[in-house]
Design a protein around this ligand. Structure first.
Ligand code: ADP
Ligand code: ASP
Ligand code: MG
Length: 413
């Protein structure tokens, strides 16, 4: 994405309001009042909105009732309508506050995307309409989660993608910051719905937040964090109707860098195993090339030690990819002379994230011991410089996250 670097003297802010924040007309009216107050502090404000409540889910299930695998182009046309409802409603609520405001679709906001439907990426932003609205002291209210290709086909940015619209606009407009308003008052050491003792973090680094978001912490869209890091945009995660503090996602973090910062869980995971395959060079390459050619992202991979010249290979994919991946693996298995394949969807990925984990002796073992103490079996393990991830049984996920939160003493400062 091309954009200018953040301007630290900028007097523009971007505020994004998520689905539950905009779920009802009365909430939209309260947001309009809040914007009216905040407006005094800025030369320009740009608002990004999500679809109201669970509209996007409802639109998806509507499509499912027509076709089991609808075309990506038509799905994007359909899904984008969710945000297209919120933007004009909020503009109307602002008008009621006596504020000049104009709603814009992603296309009107100049957001050009590339890549596949449903998971498009922002390629460029030409914010002509936004700048002219700002020039006239009006507030642009942009429909999040969407853009358009060069051919003017409407695209969406992946679930949770309104965050990415907001941060990308902050980069393109050289805004001072981007504020993500949601139903929690910041980024916590774990999903507060799972761990009531979870603690709000004052600050978190882009790297740690990106890792948590990618590993299932749904509070931020991972791509938004990536763009924030690239363009050095301070991102605040705050509660829409609560106090004004929150969590700052930034480069320099004031809290203890050595500590584990958070636990993430992802239950949208499927595990695939191909077993009894004659062991020879190029085997993994053959299997993963076939999956890669079909655009299937493979995550954790475990290959066991060959016995009697035979080996087993397990890996994980997003649960939504299973229907696509399974027949491909069956085909590869028979080509390679394997005994068969297996798949499971009742698995979850649990991750512990923190800068410096790799350099803290025993940091990984704490996870394994905590899971063992709960009688939870680890099916797969993967590690990086700043995290350790285990695949376990899905029904144990909640128990595992709570046990790990305790084991790493995350409830205490
Ligand atoms: P929005 O609709 O505003 O975009 P989301 O549902 O996408 O809101 O994200 C907010 C939710 O993210 C919270 O309600 C919370 O349950 C969940 N969440 C998951 N992990 C975390 C975390 N580490 N910190 C805070 N919230 C989290
Ligand atoms: N409405 C979209 C979704 O539910 C995008 C978003 O809310 O960020 O995924
Ligand atoms: Mg979200």
């Amino acid at each position: 994405m091309t954009a200018l670097a953040k301007d630290s003297d900028s007097r523009i802010t971007i505020q994004k309001f998520g689905g539950s924040s905009v779920a009802t007309p009365s909430r939209l009216k309260r947001i309009a009042q809040k914007i009216a107050q905040d407006r005094e502090r800025w030369d320009g404000m740009v608002i990004v909105v999500s679809a109201m409540g669970n509209t996007t889910d409802q639109l998806l299930s509507l499509a499912q009732r027509i076709a089991p695998a609808p075309s990506g182009r038509e799905l994007d046309m359909l899904l984008s309508t969710g945000e297209n409802i919120t933007a004009p409603l909020l503009a109307m609520a602002l008008h009621e506050q006596g504020i000049d405001a104009i709603s814009l679709t992603g296309l009107q906001a100049g957001i050009t995307t590339h890549g596949p439907h449903r998971h498009a990426r922002i390629a460029d932003i030409t914010p002509t309409r936004i700048l002219s609205a700002l020039g006239q002291q009006a507030i642009p209210v942009v429909a999040g989660f969407q853009g358009a290709t060069k051919e003017l086909d409407i695209t969406t940015l992946g679930r949770g993608g309104s965050d990415t619209t907001a941060v990308a606009l902050a980069a393109a407009l050289k805004a001072r910051q981007c504020e993500i308003y949601t139903d929690v008052d910041g980024v916590y050491t774990a999903d507060p719905r799972t761990v009531p003792e979870a603690r709000r973090l004052m600050t978190i680094s882009y790297t740690e937040m990106l890792e948590l978001a990618t590993l299932g912490a749904g509070v931020m869209h991972p791509r938004a964090v990536e763009i924030g890091e690239t363009y050095n945009i301070p991102i605040w995660v705050r509660s829409t109707f609560g106090k004004d503090d929150g969590t700052l996602i930034t480069r320099s973090v004031v809290e203890d860098r050595q500590r584990v910062r958070g636990i993430a869980q992802e239950t949208n995971v499927a595990k695939l195993t191909v077993y009894g395959v004659p062991d020879r060079p190029g085997l993994a390459a053959t299997i993963f090339e076939a999956l890669g050619e079909q655009g299937i992202n493979v995550d954790m991979i475990v290959q066991n030690i060959a016995r009697n010249g035979l080996m087993d290979l397990s890996f994980t994919v997003a649960e939504s990819e299973l229907a696509h991946a399974r027949p491909l693996l069956e085909k590869q298995c028979s080509i390679l002379g394997g005994k068969g394949i297996d798949s499971a969807t009742d698995v979850a990925k649990i991750s512990v994230v923190g800068t410096g984990m790799m350099h803290t002796p025993g940091a990984f073992a704490t996870m394994f011991r905590a899971l063992a103490n709960e009688g939870i079996n680890i099916q797969m393990i993967s590690t990086s410089e700043i995290r350790v991830t285990c695949v376990i049984d899905e029904p144990s996920a909640r128990q595992a996250v709570r046990a790990l939160h305790k084991a790493y003493e995350l409830e205490t400062l």
